[in-house]
Write a protein of this length. Structure first.
Length: 286
């Protein structure tokens, strides 16, 4: 009828009566009068900061945790960043959580996920945590690149070089990493017939740079490939209008004409041609 309950150091006892939590027992010996055997004791260790229990909601609502634990009750649009003993421990999504504060220093930061982008001074540490991959989409924009961020199909911002993180499952997220450095487009092995019915194999090089990152992703899926196709068509049109002898005599004129022909399409793609079409060569195909 009288029950002796011993709680060792670094332990707590969760005491239930008929399934309802009634107390958190501190280390020491406790005596309870229980003639009808309605009490149930469960020993837990606050050395593990996270209190994981099937009746966590009942325990939290009972208020028995007092100031020995931090309780998180996160809405659908909230996330929590958790530090334990001054080290980042992890990210938690919506739901109910409790962390013991008796054995560890616990700090929690509640974040509104609705803006989607997570801006934080400790972002490099946060994105390296275990659950970051499930919670965050990370974009590293290298020097010489630009990042583009779209939410629900709408353009949001152009991102300078740096690290960026965005909450998943908040909206439809689309990120682009656009290379702004000079690139070389090699159009090789093009078999084209001249005006006098001679088939030539032509090669051309175009040096270009994306100067309007937003236009380059809005216009097509792959601005470089679209420029390649435009160059192929321009080659066929320009070479097909010339006879072989004229083509061999005026390669520089052909290069200038090709550059002029692809300039409008390049502008539509957010591309600037840095040097005119060069390296054009020809040979008879037998």
């Amino acid at each position: 009828m009288i029950h002796r309950m011993k709680i060792r150091p670094h332990e707590r006892g969760l005491l239930f009566r008929e399934g309802e939590p009634i107390a958190v027992l501190q280390p020491g010996v406790h005596w309870y009068f229980d003639p009808f055997l309605k009490l149930r004791l469960q020993i837990v260790s606050p050395r593990d900061p996270w209190l994981v229990h099937k009746d966590l909601e009942l325990i939290v609502k009972s208020g028995i945790l007092g100031n020995e634990a931090v309780v998180l009750d996160l809405r659908d649009d909230e996330r929590a960043l958790v530090w334990i003993d001054k080290r980042f421990n992890g990210i938690v999504a919506n739901g109910l959580y409790a962390l013991w504060t008796t054995e560890h220093e616990v700090r929690v930061e509640i974040v509104d996920a609705r803006p989607m982008q997570l801006v934080h001074a400790d972002l490099p540490v946060i994105v390296r945590s275990d659950r970051a991959g499930a919670m965050l989409e990370v974009l590293n924009v290298e020097p010489g690149h630009a990042g583009l961020w779209f939410r629900d199909g709408a353009y949001q911002a152009t991102l300078a070089p740096g690290m960026y993180a965005f909450w998943k499952n908040v909206g439809k997220l689309k990120l682009y990493d656009v290379d702004l450095k000079e690139l070389v487009l090699d159009i090789s092995g093009q078999d084209i017939m001249t005006a006098d019915k001679v088939t030539l194999r032509l090669n051309a090089l175009v040096t270009y740079r994306i100067t309007d990152a937003l236009r380059s992703v809005l216009e097509v899926d792959g601005a470089g490939q679209a420029l390649y196709r435009a160059m192929q068509l321009a080659l066929r049109e320009a070479v097909g209008a010339r006879e072989l002898d004229a083509l061999l005599v005026s390669k520089e004129a052909l290069a200038r004409e090709l550059a002029e022909m692809i300039a409008p399409r390049a502008a539509e793609l957010g591309i600037t041609v840095v040097t005119p079409v060069s390296g054009t060569s020809s040979s008879r195909v037998t």
